[in-house]
Write a protein that binds this ligand. Structure first.
Ligand code: FAS
Ligand code: PHB
Length: 389
């Protein structure tokens, strides 16, 4: 098989890149380890920056999102029973879109299949060959049969546990990592959201987040121990703990119900440099991970795709490699700012096991400064809605 761009990974990064390139007449093949239903079964991000929304529009897959999404002009931050709002619109002139990653991925799959996009599911033994040559190729197995794709470029969109990053030699790669001493226990419930905006709650018992997917589907998280397993938490235990961490008014208004999904995600900051090696380009979680506190994971994948898409169109249309040559530099410049913001919000709102009384006073002062200072609120708003591409 021959294609122009072999894309490893059928998550939002790989699918969005495939759809954008297809609309420019550039041929791709997407290799996905799992099935479509498995990929759609993963409950992940919920907040989209305007840059992501614009890419979905450019990809021609924004119709359902525009119809069904929520637009949020701000968020609530609470600490104990105190709370205050951050008005994104007032500080930045823009908002964020609430539309689940599951729905984004579903829309992209539907569009790719409607356009006859080549997506191979259940692939195994994926290997990238000759990435540092002019003739890269990818081998893989499907149903036990060995396959090969010769291509011009390879996009590694296969997430944190994929093969793409590992293809870059250790003496070329530099990795930066910070592990957080807690996780997020997430619950999806068919209940109305507790508030019309998100509530990021910092409490002496730990962090909590009240989010949503639509008027009848809510997404809640509580900070939990890394030694916890979802099965350790009954629904009632989860709701009781959530109520203890959010403001009394919200706890009173909370409508609970059976969890339809319950999972624990570890929190990590991670970046690999460079994001390019020869004709292999890393995108999204394959190259970087953020703690979900700042809602940046999916949104940094989007800016990677933006840079790579424009670079590949440029090289295929004109032969000019300037865009792909600057891909890693441009993507990393934006990624590190998102890493900083996600790290900052995580430190602001979570309880750390080794915090001293002084550390707790500093954390409180940081929240009070954010509450009382317009410049601090403006800085947070600019980062949350998304820094420019
Ligand atoms: P993904 O990991 O989504 O997709 C990679 C795809 O590659 C997967 O479908 C995988 O099956 C496939 N793959 C892997 N290895 C392969 C191989 N060898 N061959 C072929 N295919 C292979 N972000 C937020 O903003 N908010 C959140 O609340 C949030 N929660 C998260 C919870 C969890 C548990 C995780 C893991 C991430 C979360 N994220 C969140 C971040 C998440 O949304 C990612 O940023 C987003 O999925 C990135 O998309 P991709 O880069 O496409 O990677
Ligand atoms: C979510 O709705 O899943 C969500 C929202 C905001 C975050 C993280 C997750 O910061």
């Amino acid at each position: 098989m021959k294609t122009q761009v072999a894309i490893i990974g059928g998550g939002p990064s790989g699918l969005l890149l495939s759809q954008l390139l297809h609309r420019k007449g550039i041929d791709t093949v997407v290799l996905e380890r799992k099935t479509r239903d498995y990929v759609l079964g993963r409950i992940r991000a919920g907040i989209l920056e305007v840059g992501f929304v614009n890419l979905m529009r450019e990809a021609g897959v924004a119709e359902r999102m525009d119809r069904e999404c929520f637009i949020h002009d701000g968020t609530v931050i609470s600490y104990g029973d105190e709370q205050f709002g951050i008005n994104f619109k007032e500080h930045t002139g823009t908002s964020v879109v609430v539309y689940g990653q599951t729905e984004v991925t579903r829309d992209l799959y539907d569009a790719r299949e409607k356009m006859g996009g080549q997506i191979v599911f259940n692939v195994d033994q994926v290997e990238i060959h000759g990435a540092d040559s002019d003739k890269p190729y990818v081998t893989y197995q499907v149903d036990g049969t060995a396959q090969r794709i010769d291509c011009d470029y390879v996009a590694g969109c296969d997430g944190f546990h994929g093969v793409s990053r590992q293809t870059i030699p250790l003496d070329v790669r530099r990795e930066y990592e910070k592990l957080y001493p807690f996780g997020w226990l997430g619950v999806l419930s068919e209940t109305p959201p507790v508030h019309h905006e998100l509530i990021y709650a910092s409490s002496e018992r730990g962090f909590a987040l009240c989010s949503m997917r639509n008027d009848h589907l809510s997404r809640y998280y509580i900070q939990c121990s890394l030694s916890d397993a979802p099965g350790d938490w009954s629904d009632q235990m989860f709701w009781d703990e959530l109520r203890r961490r959010i403001p009394a008014e919200a706890a009173e208004a909370l409508v609970t119900g059976p969890s339809i999904e319950k999972s624990i995600a570890p929190l990590r900051s991670f970046v690999t440099e460079p994001m390019r090696w020869g004709r292999l380009f890393l995108c999204g979680d394959a190259a970087h991970i953020v703690p979900p506190t700042g809602a940046k994971g999916l949104n940094t994948a989007a800016s990677d795709i933006h840079y790579l898409y424009h670079g590949l169109v440029q090289v295929f249309e004109t032969g000019d490699t300037e865009g792909i040559d600057r891909y890693s530099e441009k993507a990393l410049a934006r990624i590190w700012k998102a890493e900083r913001f996600s790290w900052w919000m995580t430190n602001l709102l979570h309880r750390f096991p080794d915090q001293s009384p002084f550390d707790l006073k500093m954390q409180r002062a940081e929240i009070e400064f954010l509450r009382s200072n317009r410049a601090a609120q403006s800085a947070m708003a600019q980062n949350y809605v998304g820094l420019p591409y």
